[in-house]
Design a protein around this ligand. Structure first.
Ligand code: PLP
Length: 431
């Protein structure tokens, strides 16, 4: 059988990379392990398009897993990066541009009075949990199965089938101790959350959650779930952390918390806030953030934190988003894509759910609506793999896993969305 695959240059490049780097990549999701075959190696990107080293062009629905909401190589962002780099790439001393970015973040995100810049989403969540524990003097944290918060030891644990299992590590190298204070619950289950607070009163430092999950495919909160998390933490004195690394500046300028009207105590950011450069942030209520060294005693530091080139990309990206917010148009196009993909799957008689909010979307090959990891994991990922390669063959680059949301940018036009739907119709019909 002649199944579609990466071009000869990409396959050669992957062989070379595999001799040098574990699995040939610097982050596992890039290796195409979940869809079979080997990854495309990218030469450059522009607007909504990726160009691989075999000279093929793809309409990009990953946009670097979220950051490139303005499209690739936006001229004003590139100019800001270039200008900053020419003045020196790192000082290890404060700059005014960091305060400019902090002002933009504080103005945008309802829960953030004070913010600390870091270098990645992982650093943001790792630090936020440390600060929440330092602030409350408590050890336990609650996370939800299928929510990803970066590769932080204490957060690399997933659920057993029981409602409130104490965490067992997902990865070798994570000690039982590191995961032992992590309680994993099913997402969207307010009753399990309430029962956990009843069982451990005054012991839970924080809940961390993705307010709209992108990391098990797109799974929005059911009505009442975020409200329950807010009420239970407030009543118990625990810290509510929204991990908006994916949703921040994507679902609304102020993130999911603006969109749903629920204000957590702390928020973590990454991806869009760095405009394609390595930059993350965590922030929250003033009294919590004042616990961070040197204002307070919770240690957190970084040689390259607030890096001038990354900060320039972040400032340019947020300025453009604020001046001309794309969110209404992204929602309209997202809905159009969702309707079109659902129609494509229906016409081919394939059981499916399309779950979409704004410019985040997943086509699950699953007969039932997906509200949690238990439901998501019953999707037909083999069928998704065939769908993925069929779309690649037609020049459409989707996330290489059933369990990752797709994203698009403001450079994606209605005609491109329609072209994507037409390709999906052909591919679904052939599945
Ligand atoms: C991507 C992501 C992270 C991790 O960010 P990195 O920059 O990859 O370390 C954390 N939380 C969420 C919700 C994410 O989507």
């Amino acid at each position: 059988m002649n199944s579609p695959q990466a071009g000869p240059n990409s396959r050669r490049a992957f062989d070379r990379a595999c001799r040098l780097m574990p699995g040939g990549v610097n982050s596992p999701a890039r290796a195409f392990g979940a869809v079979g075959g080997s990854p495309l190696f990218i030469e450059r990107a522009e607007g909504p398009y990726l160009f691989d080293i075999d000279g093929r062009r793809y309409l990009d629905y990953i946009v670097s897993w979220g950051p490139m909401i303005l499209g690739h190589a936006h001229p004003e962002v590139i100019a800001a990066i270039t200008e900053a780099a020419a003045r020196g790439t790192s000082f290890g001393a404060p700059t005014e541009r960091e305060s400019e970015l902090a002002e933009r973040i504080v103005a945008a995100v309802p829960s953030i009075d004070k913010v600390r810049l870091v270098n990645s989403g992982t650093e943001a969540t790792m630090s936020a949990i440390r600060v929440a524990r330092g602030f409350t003097g408590r050890d336990k944290i609650i996370k939800f199965a299928g929510n990803y918060h970066g590769h932080v030891d204490a957060l690399l644990v997933s659920a057993g089938s029981a409602a409130a299992t104490l965490g067992v590590p997902d990865s070798p190298g994570v000690t039982a101790g590191a995961g032992g204070d992590t309680i994993v619950l099913p997402f969207n289950d307010a009753a399990a959350l309430a029962a956990t607070f009843e069982k451990f009163p005054g012991q839970i430092a924080a809940i961390i959650l993705e307010p709209v999950v992108g990391n098990m495919g797109c799974v929005p909160p059911v009505p009442g779930f975020l409200e329950a998390a807010r009420e239970l933490t407030a009543a118990d004195g625990a810290v509510l952390i929204f991990d908006e690394v994916m949703t921040g500046f994507r679902l609304a300028y102020g993130g999911a918390q603006e969109r749903f009207g629920i204000t957590p105590d702390m928020t973590t950011l990454g991806k869009v806030v760095g405009g394609g450069m390595p930059l993350g942030a965590y922030g929250g209520r003033e009294e919590i953030m004042n616990c961070v060294l040197p204002a307070g005693k919770v240690f957190q530091a970084g040689t390259l934190s607030g890096n001038p080139v990354a900060v320039a990309a972040g400032n340019a990206t947020l300025r453009l988003l604020e001046q001309d917010p794309p969110y209404a148009e992204l929602e309209r196009l997202g809905k159009r894509l969702a309707d079109g993909l659902a129609e494509a799957a229906s016409a081919a008689g394939l059981p499916h759910q399309v779950q979409q909010i704004g410019s985040m979307l997943t086509l699950f090959f699953n007969p039932h609506p997906v509200h949690d990891w238990g439901g998501a994991s019953k999707s037909d990922s083999g069928r998704f793999g065939r769908f993925f390669w069929g779309m690649i063959e037609r020049g459409i680059y989707l996330p290489c896993s059933q369990y990752e949301a797709l994203f698009f940018s403001r450079t994606h036009t209605e005609a491109m969305i329609d072209e994507t739907i037409a390709a999906a119709k052909e591919v679904c019909a052939a599945l």
